[in-house]
Design a protein around this ligand. Structure first.
Ligand SMILES: Cc1cc2nc3c(=O)[nH]c(=O)nc-3n(C[C@H](O)[C@H](O)[C@H](O)COP(=O)(O)OP(=O)(O)OC[C@H]3O[C@@H](n4cnc5c(N)ncnc54)[C@H](O)[C@@H]3O)c2cc1C
Length: 523
């Protein structure tokens, strides 16, 4: 729907990442006029596909879809808007230096049973427990978090519902949740399993995208959180055409609902008049009016950059400024002339997610370097070869390798400028330990460090979650007290990106929750 006669939109959404698009769709479906303003030349934010070498395309940040709940995808009608999956229910292969890799596929523990019969039994028990615990957590993700200390019946009811979901677990599971909830994931894994490869794979899931190692407190919770977030989704999937194809389907859903979208439209400032957000000014100087502004840009950018501290009280400004937003995940893209031979893996096995995280100790050692602003000579890697399921991403017969590399400190002590080639070589050498002919296959490489991600995707610190997802920046206090229900302290201004509950990953729930909050609070 177009702006009203006075040129005013009901809602302006700043940023057309996946959360901005989800939010815009729900608001437009409610009959509101909605305009999405995206600074980049294409929509999708950190979920885009782009050419990184002539003829080679890749999902530039996020490369696997596994968190967006199936009911949300259906509600948005993404299949009808052109989304196709090139692969789904992908297995995970934990790589081992001796070629005895561990393959974990949904519903298939046969390879684990060969590695360790005891672990196969223990893993099935863990999966059952995790499913029960996360079934209680999953609904929490799909609702705005309750607000503490208000007399509102709706807030009290939300708290009661939360308590009831946990109480329903029963005494044994509730006790176990309390016992393990604050633990580090390494202790939990050592209690339950013997295989280093299995423990390494689960530890990677607990820390990927965050500033944590397997011995950091709270990492059992982050593992449960990832499982809970994935609870309604259908395993690890690869959209045909990369993650950008998901964003294109989201944009079509938003367009079909009546939302307008403009790219290359960087918002420079959120306009405040009579103490409420009333529109935006673009970098071009154009001013656009709206009853409500909803930003999917990260909280620091939105509140300190676009809004400005003059509209906020000093305590709130301090909390936002202190948000931990320095990313640790880098991305390496390789254009390959041919498929390298991974020792001990058939080309079919390469279609899965490959991990270089052979034990929790390996990961913790890699993390240790990051604490001092260095990168480790033995990094933790999550690898996909998207062209195996989707050959159109590369010229005929050629391949793309997409690698998430952790830990790559945002503030590298030696500075990234002189270290890019060394880091790239290090990752290629680490991979070549498993695929000796890799170097010969590499035609070109693109490295995105956290500062590159910050610059290119406009995310403060280049952080996966826009702000660290840790206990003190979580749920009812995410991103900060005073803005945890998607609502900024300035009336008419809302947040809807990964920096809000329930955090990052291509999930879409922050966008949907925020839209609901806007509909409630700014009817
Ligand atoms: C290296 C890396 C790998 C990842 N891998 C995965 C993965 O495999 N699977 C997964 O689920 N998640 C992954 N993630 C996390 C995931 O990509 C993000 O959490 C998610 O995409 C965030 O979505 P969003 O819509 O909230 O924000 P964003 O995607 O960051 O979108 C925000 C948008 O706002 C725009 N914007 C900012 N400022 C302005 C402005 N002033 N004016 C106009 N527009 C503006 C930006 O250009 C951007 O398009 C990864 C993240 C990283 C960094």
């Amino acid at each position: 729907m177009a702006a009203g006669g006075n040129g005013q939109y009901d809602c302006i959404v700043v940023g057309g990442g996946h959360n901005g698009l989800v939010c815009a769709t729900y608001l437009a479906r409610s009959g509101r006029s909605v305009l999405v303003l995206e600074a980049a030349e294409r929509l999708g934010g950190a979920a885009v596909t782009r050419e990184f070498a002539p003829g080679f395309r890749v999902s530039a940040c996020a490369h696997l879809l596994h968190l967006m709940p199936a009911p949300l995808m259906r509600e948005l009608g993404l299949a009808g808007h052109g989304l196709k999956l090139a692969a789904q229910a992908l297995p995970t292969v934990a790589l081992s230096a001796d070629g005895a890799h561990l393959r974990l596929a949904p519903g298939d523990l046969s390879d684990l049973a060969q590695h360790s019969p005891a672990d196969a039994t223990a893993y099935a028990q863990w999966q059952a427990l995790a499913q029960r615990l996360t079934a209680a957590l999953h609904p929490v993700l799909a609702e705005p978090p309750p607000r503490l200390g208000t007399g509102s019946w709706r807030q009290r009811a939300a708290l009661l519902r939360l308590g009831w979901q946990i109480r329903r677990l029963g005494r044994r599971d509730m006790r176990e949740l309390l016992r393990i909830g604050g633990m580090c994931v390494q202790d939990l894994l050592d209690e339950r399993f013997e295989s280093g490869l299995l423990k390494g794979a689960l530890a990677l899931d607990a820390v990927l995208g965050s500033n944590l190692g397997p011995r950091s407190p709270g990492t059992v919770l982050s593992l449960l959180y990832r499982i809970a977030a994935a609870g309604g989704a259908e395993g690890l999937a690869q959209p045909q055409g990369g993650l950008g194809a998901l964003s294109e389907a989201l944009a079509r859903a938003a367009g079909a609902a009546g939302a307008q979208m403009r790219t290359r439209a960087a918002v420079e400032r959120i306009v405040v008049r009579q103490d409420r957000a009333s529109g935006v000014v673009l970098a071009s100087g154009e001013e656009l009016a709206a009853r409500v502004v909803i930003s999917s840009a990260d909280p620091k950018t939105t509140l300190l950059g676009l809004l400005g501290s003059e509209y906020l009280d000093a305590g709130f400004v301090r909390r936002v400024a202190q948000l931990r937003t320095r990313g640790l995940a880098a991305k390496l893209h390789l254009a390959l002339e041919a498929l390298p031979q991974f020792r001990g893996l058939t080309p079919a096995a390469l279609r899965g997610r490959l991990l270089v995280a052979p034990s929790p100790d390996y990961i913790e050692r890699a993390f240790n370097h990051a604490k001092y602003g260095e990168f480790s000579a033995a990094p933790m890697l999550e690898i996909t070869v998207p062209t195996l399921a989707d050959p159109a991403l590369a010229p005929p017969g050629k391949q793309v390798l997409s690698v998430i590399v952790q830990y790559a400190p945002y503030a590298l002590a030696a500075g990234w400028q002189g270290q890019r080639q060394r880091f790239t070589d290090l990752v290629i050498d680490t991979l070549a330990g498993f695929a000796p002919d890799l170097r010969r296959c590499v035609a070109s490489a693109e490295l995105l460090t956290p500062p590159d991600i910050e610059r290119e995707f406009r995310i403060s610190g280049g952080h996966w979650h826009h702000a660290e997802l840790a206990l003190d920046q979580f749920f009812m206090v995410r991103p900060v007290p005073g803005a945890a229900q998607y609502q900024a302290p300035v009336p008419g201004l809302f947040l809807c990106g990964a920096g809000c509950h329930p955090g990052g990953g291509v999930m879409g729930l922050a966008g949907r929750n925020a839209a609901r909050q806007v509909m409630r609070e700014a009817a």
